[in-house]
Design a protein around this ligand. Structure first.
Ligand code: FAD
Length: 421
């Protein structure tokens, strides 16, 4: 069967890869001239299997209220009249209930653990390189309260086969000696040795090349204007090329991997995807002193900032803004990231020549992606990966390929969208 994957971010390209390997004839449609140029472009780089807890947590509403009016707050919201934003916000509040938070964390953890295995297998099979660092992720706690919140985390992760342990401040410095440059008051940390980091853009573009070699056709500079449906059947997509010339493409089945832009495109079909953009920022600064730069990926829990070594640069990412589809880069939102880098690793990276970037996390209210059968006969979904799209990409795509092949999904405990029996 011919399957058309809509969107060539990390989700769309991994979907194409697992589908072509499952024997499907695959095309990918993408408005940009190359793969990975939107949210995948400059994300935090973490393969964060050990951090399945969604942002919709019992403490999130209070944190959001505290952030009101602070320009440098990690969380920010600018309420609009868009009903989709209000629907999403209400659903987000519902997902903050303790039992929903727990359920979502379990679902994400089971998919994340499987996704890690898929990434290893894919890397072994293809040999692709993407500035990966296989040295784990170290979560830093600045207060005893933060550390206390992590009690029980190791047991929770172990139930999903994920390794991680609490560690003292001294152990943190032993795991990442570059931290010693800063007179950081650390209460302790949590180290997950099997986590990784890497450049999602390089990965996506290298995998797109492998897809091409395996027979996948890429339609770049091709914007999808609408899906053409007859009852429950998608008959094709109306597209425009780079010059604005309209055309039509058709296949036997369609997979939506359009990041935050899937929801508005599916709305005219009566399908309300609970996916809304959560804007984030990153700062990528070239190294001045490579020897003194960290190689272990870091998560600063109190600042909600992550840091990854990507080749000859350090990338720092964070912040979450509910601000519609705006992707402009606000310097005042990048400033706390640059400051963090200069403060944590003084003299190590050149923040004056850093690349500043903003992207839209395609977030569901509970951060649990939508994977499986969409409404109708031939519409499938692999979208809504929010803050963990790079971490979950391989496992999500492999699971979708299994579902589309009529096989049982390889992950138990995840709420895949199944076709009605
Ligand atoms: C600041 C920040 C830091 C992050 N850090 C991490 C991290 O450390 N680890 C992690 O796991 N995740 C992280 N994420 C999340 C991760 O980057 C995303 O979840 C992931 O990139 C989503 O991939 P995607 O393929 O679904 O979306 P995208 O990469 O946005 O891909 C969607 C594609 O669809 C195309 N498209 C959209 N509309 C149309 C149309 N009408 N016609 C044709 N093409 C269209 C777009 O051009 C785009 O290429 C971070 C995100 C941000 C913003």
């Amino acid at each position: 069967m011919h399957v058309m994957v809509l969107g060539a971010g990390v989700t769309g390209v991994t979907t194409a890869w697992y589908l072509v390997n499952a024997g499907f004839d695959v095309s990918v449609v993408e408005r940009r001239p190359a793969a990975g140029l939107e949210t995948t472009f400059a994300n935090g780089g973490q393969i964060s299997i050990s951090h399945p807890e969604p942002w919709s947590s019992p403490s999130a509403p209070l944190e959001a209220l505290r952030a009101l009016g602070r320009a440098d707050a990690p969380l920010r919201w600018r309420l609009s009249r868009d009903p989709a934003q209000w629907r999403w916000l209400l659903a987000f509040l519902r997902e903050c209930l303790p039992q929903r938070h727990r359920r979502n964390a379990h679902a994400i953890a089971s998919l994340a653990a499987y996704s890690g295995q898929c990434l290893h297998a894919l890397r072994d099979e293809t040999g692709i390189a993407y500035e990966q660092q296989l040295r784990g992720i170290l979560h830093l706690f600045r207060t005893g309260r933060e550390q206390a919140r992590a009690h029980g985390k190791a047991e929770f992760l172990a139930a999903h086969g994920i390794r991680g342990r609490l560690c003292s401040a001294d152990e943190c410095l032993a795991i990442e000696p570059a931290l010693a440059r800063h007179r950081l008051q650390l209460a302790g940390g949590f180290y997950a040795p099997d986590d990784e980091s890497g450049n999602a853009l390089l990965f996506t573009q290298a995998l797109a090349e492998r897809c091409r070699a395996a027979g996948v056709r890429f339609y770049h500079d091709t914007t999808i204007r609408r899906l053409i449906a007859d009852g429950g059947l998608i008959e094709g997509i109306e597209v425009a090329d780079g010059t604005g010339r309209a055309g039509r493409l058709a296949a036997g089945a369609y997979v939506v991997c359009l990041g935050s832009h899937g929801a508005p495109l599916l709305a005219p079909l009566g399908l309300r995807l609970p996916v809304y953009p959560l804007k984030g920022y990153s700062v990528t600064a070239p190294l001045i002193d490579a020897e003194a730069a960290p190689v272990v990926s870091l998560t600063d829990e109190s600042r909600r900032i992550v840091c990854s070594r990507l080749g000859s640069a350090l990338r720092v990412a964070g912040t979450a803004e509910l601000n519609g589809f705006d992707t402009s880069v606000a310097p005042e939102r990048c400033a706390p990231l640059s400051r963090w880098l200069a403060d944590m690793f003084p003299g190590v990276a050149d923040t004056t020549h850093a690349q500043l970037w903003a992207g839209l996390r395609p977030a569901t209210p509970g951060n649990v992606p939508l994977i499986g059968k969409g409404r109708g006969v031939n519409l499938w979904l692999n979208t809504g990966h929010g803050s963990l799209g790079w971490t979950l990409a391989c496992g999500s795509a492999s699971s979708l390929a299994a579902l589309m092949s009529g096989r049982a999904p390889p992950v138990s405990g995840f709420p895949f969208l199944r076709p009605p029996r």
